[in-house]
Design a protein around this ligand. Structure first.
Ligand SMILES: [Zn+2]
Length: 330
C-alpha cells in the first residue's frame, strides 16, 4: 500500500478554471513529463508514474503483486473552489477506478475528495464507494485546519458508514517557507505533519467516536509513535490543554489504527511493531518516489523478525485495513 499514480495526461485546470496553481503535465522528448504548478516547474516524473504495465513489472522485480494506488498529494487542491476541486477529484478517481477494473489482481484504489466542502466531499465518497475504490487518501491538514475540526467529522462519519478506509498523507508541510534548505520540509516537516494529524484525530475524539473507521497514517505514523512518550506525558501533566475533547489516554489507541512500514530502519520498525502489533503495520513503498522504500520491504525480509509477523506486514495488515481477503488475489 501507499504508492502514487497519475493519469498520463490531464486537462490544464489553471486555464480551464481561470485561476490558481493547479497541476498539469507537460511531456518531454525523452518520455518523461514535467509536473507544472500553474506556470511553474514542480517536479519531473517518469513513465512509472503513469504506465500501469510497467509498474506491475517493476513491482514483480520486488516480488510484490498488488499496489494500493492513490494520487500525489499536490493534486488534492483543497484551496480551490469546491466545485472545481470536485471536478478534478472525479477525473482522478475515474482514472483509478478504470485501472482497478482493468487489473483487479494488481491494483487497488484510494480516491481523493474535496475536503474543503462537506457536501461535495460526501457526494464524491458515495461515488468512490460505488466505483469499487476501497477508501480515500487525505492530507494531514486541510488548508491549515486540523482534522479535529468539527466540519470534517461528517466526512469521517460517511467513510465509516460506507466502509471506506482512510489514508492520511503529509502535505503542505508546516514551516515549509522557513526551512527550504536541506530538503527539510520532507525530512522534518512531513513526520511532524503526520503526528499533527494523528494527535488531532485522537485528541479530537474521532477515533473514539468512530471505532469502525479504518485509518492508516503514512510513513509509519511520522513522528507520532517515536514521540508517544512525550505526547502521553503531556496528556497526563496538562489535561487542561490536551484532554479537552477526549479524556482517554492516547496510548489506548495503539493498534486501533494502521501505519505503513516506511521507516528505512529495522530498529525503528521493531519499535513500531512493538506498539502497534504486526496486524497494524502494512508494507508501504511510496513508489515511485526516491524517498520511498523502492526495494519494497527488502530490509524487512532480510531481518530476524518472525515469519508470521513478516507475513502480516506483507499482506494481512493491509487486507484487514481495506476489508479484503487474501483469496481475492490468488
Ligand atoms: Zn507518499
Amino acid at each position: 500500500m501507499h504508492t502514487h499514480i497519475l493519469p498520463k495526461s490531464m486537462p490544464n485546470w489553471t486555464e480551464k478554471f481561470g485561476y490558481g496553481k493547479f497541476i498539469h503535465l507537460e511531456p518531454n522528448s525523452d518520455g518523461s513529463a514535467n509536473m507544472m504548478q500553474g506556470g511553474n516547474f514542480f517536479r519531473r516524473i517518469v513513465e512509472n508514474c503513469w504506465d500501469a504495465p510497467l509498474r506491475i513489472k517493476e513491482y514483480e522485480q520486488n516480488q510484490t503483486q498488488v499496489q494500493v494506488v492513490c494520487t500525489i498529494p499536490v493534486m488534492f487542491s483543497y484551496w480551490a473552489a469546491p466545485k472545481d476541486c470536485a471536478e478534478l477529484s472525479r477525473f482522478l478517481n475515474d482514472h483509478i477506478a478504470e485501472l482497478v477494473q482493468r487489473y483487479p489482481k494488481n491494483y487497488l484504489g484510494l480516491g481523493t475528495i474535496p475536503m474543503q466542502d462537506q457536501e461535495e466531499a460526501i457526494q464524491e465518497l458515495e461515488r468512490i464507494e460505488s466505483m469499487g475504490l476501497l477508501g480515500i487518501q487525505i492530507g494531514s491538514n486541510i488548508n491549515d485546519k486540523n482534522l479535529s475540526e468539527a466540519e470534517f467529522f461528517p466526512i469521517f462519519e460517511a467513510c465509516s458508514r460506507l466502509g471506506l478506509a482512510v489514508m492520511v498523507h503529509p502535505w503542505q508541510m508546516m514551516g515549509f517557507d522557513s526551512m527550504q534548505k536541506y530538503w527539510l520540509p520532507w525530512l522534518v516537516g512531513m513526520p511532524a505533519e503526520t503526528s499533527r494529524a494523528a494527535c488531532s484525530m485522537i485528541f479530537g475524539g474521532i477515533l473514539e467516536r468512530l471505532p469502525e473507521l479504518r485509518v492508516c497514517f503514512s510513513h509509519a505514523g511520522g513522528s507520532f509513535l517515536p514521540t508517544l512518550g512525550r505526547i502521553e506525558h503531556g496528556f497526563n501533566c496538562r489535561p487542561d490543554l490536551v484532554a479537552v475533547d477526549n479524556a482517554i489516554n492516547p496510548r489506548h489507541y495503539l493498534g486501533k489504527f494502521w501505519v505503513d512500514s516506511i521507516t528505512h530502519d529495522i530498529d525503528a520498525l521493531k519499535y513500531i511493531l512493538n506498539l502497534q502489533g504486526s496486524k497494524r503495520v502494512c508494507l508501504g513503498s511510496d513508489y515511485p518516489f526516491p524517498l520511498g522504500d523502492l526495494e519494497i520491504g527488502k530490509f524487512i525480509e532480510a531481518s530476524d523478525l518472525p515469519k508470521a509477523e513478516i507475513e502480516d506486514i506483507f499482506g494481512n495488515a493491509a487486507l484487514e485495513w481495506l476489508g479484503l481477503r487474501k483469496e481475492d488475489f490468488l
